[in-house]
Design a protein around this ligand. Structure first.
Ligand code: KG4
Ligand code: ZN
Length: 358
């Protein structure tokens, strides 16, 4: 076990995130965030218009130790103060996950502390506890990132997460990134679309709202009330822009960005709040990179209030990938007395959200 006794405020947990292009190292003691150090390789991927897995893996390797040092300095702790190590073991890019998991194993072995291999998606939910206090007994979570768009029922983030619905095709963040590309905005597109949309009219163009109305309610077989689909929307935006260009018109970037964004956040917010009401759940938690979107935050807040649902949204830096979210989930797992993972912990690039701990 730990060479250092857990402090009065609970165990010190180190969290490591390397599932995509951000190298994150967070330190959490009890429910308190002490440090959240981040290094990103996003600029190395920008010219390819998407994350290049091998480039990401090498960048993690180079960034890991400096990021670890920064986290310890920021928190004012030494490595041998750490009581447990948590690491994202899936889902994510295979090579990128291996870098974080190998580092976590080396640290856990060297320090003689337990190791927890955690689910990246559950960590996106758990991070909310660092800002908004202990998670409610039952909550729905709207998890929207570059790789996932899911509506989850979270009875206990350390053990019990059910998928109510998810995207049938593109993730919400993926749609933002692809539309940004069509509009000539840099990668990753989400923040750029968000910014461009501020000067645009969200009602300028009526883009389709996928899987709403009759489409959602099983007319074509399965019920898709809680599912999402963004690929038709992405194609509709691309066609609209193409037609404007073919006709020799200037593309009104701000109006297209605002109208596209409105279509995404309209569906996300309406479905999330409706699911809370139907399930009789009074708390909604947002997480994932797209939860950093200013219009999504505003519309969910407005609709949740109208529907009598309390909404919890972490600050934008905690929504996008980071190490603090992994440390937050690790800390909850330690406090819940969950069995740690062994030192033979594998990576699981396709880990499903039903599995919180590897
Ligand atoms: O959670 P995240 O950092 O990484 C994954 O696990 O995928 O999410 C990244 C995604 C990208 O698609 C990015 O464009 C999107 O989140 N994103 C945003 C915003 N900030 C990041 N999308 C819309 N508006 C934003 N402000
Ligand atoms: Zn993520």
């Amino acid at each position: 076990m730990s060479p250092a006794a857990p402090g009065a405020d609970g165990p010190l947990v180190l969290g490591i995130e390397t599932s995509c292009d951000e190298t994150g190292v967070g330190l959490v003691r009890g429910g308190t965030l002490l440090a959240d150090a981040l290094a990103s390789s996003v600029e190395e991927h920008a010219r390819f218009g998407g994350v290049v897995p091998e480039v990401a893996s090498r960048a993690h390797l180079e960034a890991f130790l400096p990021t670890l040092d920064r986290a310890c300095a920021e928190a004012g702790v030494r490595l041998d103060d750490v009581d447990a190590v948590a690491v994202t073991s899936g889902p994510g890019l295979a090579g990128a996950l291996v870098v974080g998991v190998s580092a976590a194993k080396a640290l856990a072995l060297g320090l003689g502390v337990p190791l927890y291999g955690v689910n990246h998606l559950a960590a996106h939910v758990a991070v909310d506890s660092l800002q908004n206090g202990p998670l409610p007994d039952v909550a729905l979570a709207l998890l929207v990132s570059g790789g996932h768009s899911s509506l989850l029922r979270v009875d206990d983030v350390t053990a019990d997460i059910d998928v109510l619905g998810q995207t049938l095709d593109d993730a919400a963040g993926e749609a933002f990134d692809k539309v940004a590309r069509v509009l000539g905005l840099p990668f990753p597109g989400g923040p750029h679309v968000d910014r461009a949309a501020r000067d645009g009219d969200p009602a300028a163009i009526r883009f389709p709202r996928g899987l709403t109305g009759a489409q959602a309610t099983g007319r074509h077989g399965r019920d898709h009330t809680d599912d999402f689909s963004f690929s038709g929307l992405k194609t509709a935006v691309a066609r609209w822009v193409e037609r404007a260009r073919d006709a020799g018109r200037d593309v009104p970037v701000a109006d297209v960005a605002a109208s596209f964004q409105e279509a995404v956040v309209d569906v996300l917010s309406a479905k999330a709040v409706a699911a809370c009401r139907r399930e009789g759940v009074s708390h909604l938690v947002l997480g994932g990179g797209v939860a950093a979107n200013s219009r999504l935050r505003a519309l969910v807040t407005e609709r949740a209030a109208a529907g009598g649902v309390a909404v919890r949204i972490p600050r934008p830096a905690l929504c996008t990938d980071n190490g603090a979210m992994v440390a937050a989930l690790g800390s909850l797992l330690v406090q819940a007395g969950r069995e740690p993972s062994g030192l033979d912990l594998p990576t699981d690039p396709a880990m499903t959200v039903g599995r919180v701990l590897a």
